[in-house]
Design a protein around this ligand. Structure first.
Ligand code: AOS
Ligand code: ZN
Ligand code: ZN
Length: 386
């Protein structure tokens, strides 16, 4: 049996989305929670708290304009002082009236230019924050057959992306996220990994695909996509979350831990958590009814736990079973790792690293939630979209 190399867990770094700390909800209601951040600084402080207790979340993704500030250099220093760095910059071309019929795909050149300029602003933010990745998710699409010229929209998208890509620095990357539905209901302009792959390969080496685990049709074999994109060298990042029905943005690993295990097994197989790997593991989640800081703690622990289980797979025995056509043997080897309870082992690792053995319990006992609820009165609580 191969000795599992759990040392790879030391490379695990999970990026937190600033918007996960704001209030969010559905089209029916957004519930407020005491202690919700009022500023981007408070969102970063919350992310830093997650990192302090888990040692797993050294970076925070920002969303522009939700997290717009005058001085990004100062924000960078503020984050560093709290022990975290500013990570991926997410653009936003889905909230202005101008984008009703599209942004980078719009038929009107002035609207396309506005959307391009927004991305150039995001790249300037990246220059100041030291961020590597510009992540683009587009709400562009159509609702009715005939509403738009599918092919013309692809051509305009390619042209707009190429213009943005010219501004991407040597150490920076453009990461294009796909999603098969919502808000558009008939055509989505970047609906699947194939379309994202086509566009990013046309751009150049510093353009990659972002895989959001909630953006696939039910039953899609996501680990296959992971394996293929890693094989092609184009898996730039994950937006981790879980779903029961649609793009639910629930806690990763909550709906289907086995799927998360299978995905992470392919990530490891493809070198995705090796040192210097190009794959950024991010969360893209919202906490509608649960508390946000512990929601993020739970999320990173779930990723850690399933990564550890995936690292336990006896890959030599698995390869032997696969080669000899031992179907049930091979399946059994994978399942043995999946069914292993790694929680005591992970608790020991945390103790060795000076971290709380149970970060959820440590947070609950710390009184931090009550403190921020008391401190953060007045002002406007941030929410998904603000
Ligand atoms: C939208 O469905 C995408 O998942 C985006 O990545 C993300 O949720 C959005 O940019 C910000 O919240
Ligand atoms: Zn996403
Ligand atoms: Zn999404």
């Amino acid at each position: 049996m191969t000795t599992p190399n759990l040392d790879l867990l030391d490379n695990l770094a999970i990026e937190l989305p600033s918007w996960a700390f704001g209030n969010s909800g559905t089209r029916f209601k957004v519930f407020g929670t005491p202690g919700t951040p009022r500023t981007v600084h408070e969102k970063i402080a919350d992310a830093a708290k997650v990192n302090e207790l888990t040692g797993l979340a050294p970076t925070v993704a920002l969303h522009i304009p939700w997290d717009r500030v005058d001085d990004y250099g100062a924000l960078r220093t503020y984050a560093q002082d709290l022990g975290v760095r500013l990570g991926t910059i997410n653009s936003n071309t889905f909230q202005d009236d101008d984008y009703k019929f599209g942004s980078l795909t719009h038929t009107d050149k002035t609207v396309r230019q506005k959307a391009i300029d927004h991305h150039i602003e995001c790249i300037e933010v990246m220059n100041a924050t030291g961020s590597r990745d510009l992540k683009i998710w587009l709400a562009d699409g159509t609702n009715y057959p005939g509403q738009g010229d599918i092919r013309g929209r692809q051509d305009r998208l390619a042209e707009s992306l190429a213009t943005i890509y010219q501004h991407i620095g040597d150490e920076q990357r453009l990461v294009l996220e796909y999603k098969f539905f919502e808000p558009a209901t008939y055509v989505t302009d970047v609906p699947d990994w194939g379309t994202s792959y086509v566009h990013v390969t046309a751009l150049g080496e510093r353009a990659m695909v972002c895989l959001d685990t909630g953006h696939h049709a039910p039953g899609t074999n996501i680990e296959f996509i992971v394996a293929q994109l890693l094989r092609l060298g184009r898996l730039g990042s994950f937006d981790f979350n879980s779903r029961f029905y649609a793009d639910d943005d629930l806690i990763v690993g909550a709906a289907d831990p086995f799927q998360l295990f299978r995905i992470l097994f392919e990530v490891i197989r493809g070198g995705g958590i090796d040192l210097g790997s190009p794959v950024a593991l991010m969360l893209d989640q919202c906490h509608n009814v649960e508390e946000k800081i512990p929601g993020q703690i739970r999320s990173v622990l779930n990723v850690e736990e399933m990564t550890a289980r995936a690292l336990l797979v006896d890959t030599d025995s698995l390869a032997a079973a696969q080669e000899t056509g031992d179907v049930l043997g091979a399946n059994g080897i994978l399942m043995d790792a999946f069914y292993t309870d790694v929680r005591p082992l992970l608790a020991r690792r945390r103790a060795e690293r000076g971290l709380p053995t149970d970060p959820m319990a440590a947070y609950a006992a710390s009184g931090h939630a009550a403190r921020i609820a008391e401190q953060r009165v007045g002002g406007t609580q941030s929410s998904w979209g603000a």
